[in-house]
Design a protein around this ligand. Structure first.
Ligand code: SF4
Length: 496
């Protein structure tokens, strides 16, 4: 079999069964200009962004003598980009990289040609590009480009940007990129490079994050600030929604706003789950925001109980906030095993919930005879929540109360997050009461959308006329119409 077309499972480190019931961020991007062996810094940055995509990673570098070089690999960054001989093939003071979960068009099966950064050789010189987000009119653009003679190398929506750049008549690569991105709808944070420039762009709504850092005399662009910390770079600022920065070694950062300015709609789920808790978003640590979500959740949905336990690890800061607000003791009632993969054969059918038990174990001595509040970040399909509840009851808990640090996830995301089809989302087909019955727990409560907005710093909650964030997976209010999906039959929420 062509190694490029191996099924995903053959290339990949095994996914954690526990994580199958989570939404998954699809990409992390990172770029460095102006330091020796920039690719080594990019590898470290991508390692810190691994939570945003574990399927594959790639790096492109440029060296004045050796030109552009690239490496793309399946699997974790630490298993590939720590290889000395591989890293020696990526010399130079300028490099960008990408980690990926899966891009539009190739879910379930991946090919090395879908792994970014993408590279294009133009008459003006080469350029490489890494994209986080999802282009919602990619099918229409691809059809148009193919009709006009473009030959696509991958199934990725992001490749449209390279072809649009190739067709632009502008005289510089940043100008061509600007041209191309004006045709693109949806969510995009882009890190790109030419022979001498590092370029960063965010879509006009700023759905996905991108930050600027300083590393000695050099510059860094990253999806999140946690990846600046790992290389000792200083956080300078967030790239603003609709902003394009073109960075050169001698002139530093040149910024402008090429798109029509619109109120921003940053992804509110980044605060809840996607971003690492040690990152800074909107001037506040994600960890603190998640604690605030837990406090708000406790105010909205109090219940008498003996213990507040997080569903680790993503529920932990919210559980700490919930415990602080409610005065109910916090306890690590569930312990997560960090060192597992889906590599074991289930010995007997009697071992129920093997997948979850490989990952999580109940701290029985703590749980026995207790009324337990379990705090989790979200409920997607509900399969894991059910299994965790059974484990807690098997350990002798008297009552189980679920408190969820996000509103019910009832709509799919089309902006760069892998979501099950709408009918697979528990909240799309059941009311809150029906979900409680389905999970067979004593109570189930979600934070309200207004409560979530308050927790992320909007004192008056969500402005229904002009929402301050993208919250489409909770509200069905899509800030950019997902035109490809509508063409495929997706039904938007009926106007109220
Ligand atoms: S739909 Fe949900 S996950 Fe997707 S960008 Fe909007 S808030 Fe984020």
């Amino acid at each position: 079999m062509d190694s490029e077309l191996l099924p995903l499972s053959k290339h990949m480190p095994p996914a954690h069964p526990f994580d199958d019931d989570k939404l998954r961020e699809e990409c992390g991007i990172f770029g460095v200009l102006g330091v020796a062996d920039a690719a080594n810094f990019v590898a470290l940055g991508l390692h810190a962004l691994q939570h945003r995509g574990q399927e594959a990673g790639g790096i492109v570098s440029h060296d004045p003598e050796q030109g552009f070089n690239s490496a793309r690999r399946f699997g974790y960054v630490r298993d590939n980009f720590t290889n000395e001989s591989l890293m020696k093939t990526l010399p130079g003071p300028l490099a960008i990289g990408h980690v990926r979960y899966s891009t539009a068009g190739s879910k379930g099966q991946t090919a090395i040609r879908d792994v970014q950064p993408f590279f294009g050789e133009f008459s003006l010189g080469g350029a490489a590009l890494a994209h986080n987000g999802n282009i919602t009119n990619a099918d229409a653009l691809r059809r148009e480009l193919i009709e006009r003679g473009s030959i696509f190398q991958s199934s990725s929506d992001s490749e449209c940007i390279i072809h649009l750049m190739a067709r632009s008549f502008q005289k510089s690569i940043p100008d061509r990129m600007e041209d191309a991105l004006r045709r693109v709808e949806g969510a995009f944070s882009v890190v790109a490079m030419t022979r001498t420039k590092l370029i960063g762009v965010r879509d006009p709504l700023g759905v996905r994050p991108l930050v600027l850092g300083k590393l000695g005399e050099g510059w860094v662009l990253s999806s999140e600030t946690c990846a600046l910390d790992i290389i000792g770079a200083e956080f300078v600022r967030e790239i603003e929604p609709g902003e394009m920065v073109v960075i050169t070694q001698d002139r530093g950062v040149a910024s402008h706003f090429p798109f029509r300015r619109r109120p921003s709609r940053f992804c509110i789920f980044e605060h809840v789950y996607f971003s690492r808790p040690d990152s800074i978003l909107g001037g506040r640590s994600v960890y603190e925001t998640r604690q605030a979500i837990g406090r708000e959740l406790a105010k909205e949905n109090p219940v008498e109980a003996d213990l507040v336990c997080p569903v680790p690890d993503s529920g932990t800061p919210a559980a700490i906030g919930f415990a602080a607000e409610s005065g109910i003791p916090y306890a690590m009632g569930i312990i997560r095993n960090q060192y597992m993969g889906r590599t074991f054969i289930e010995p007997t059918e009697q071992i129920r919930n093997m997948g979850v038990r490989l990952k999580l174990n109940v701290n029985r001595a703590l749980i026995r005879d207790k009324r337990v509040i379990l705090v989790d970040d979200s409920v997607v399909r509900g399969t894991t929540s059910r299994k965790i509840k059974e484990m807690i009851l098997d350990a002798g808990a008297r009552e189980v109360h679920f408190r969820i640090a996000s509103p019910p996830t009832a709509w799919p995301c089309f902006y760069g997050v892998d979501t099950p089809q709408r009918e697979k989302l528990l909240a799309a087909t059941m009311s809150e009461d029906e979900m409680r019955e389905h999970l067979a727990v004593d109570s189930l409560k979600f934070i309200s959308l207004d409560g979530l907005y308050r927790a992320v710093g909007e004192a008056k909650g969500r402005d229904p006329q002009s929402p301050q964030y993208c919250d489409a997976c909770f509200s069905g209010d899509y800030p950019v119409e997902p035109s490809d999906m509508i063409e495929q039959g997706f039904q938007l929420k009926a106007a109220e």
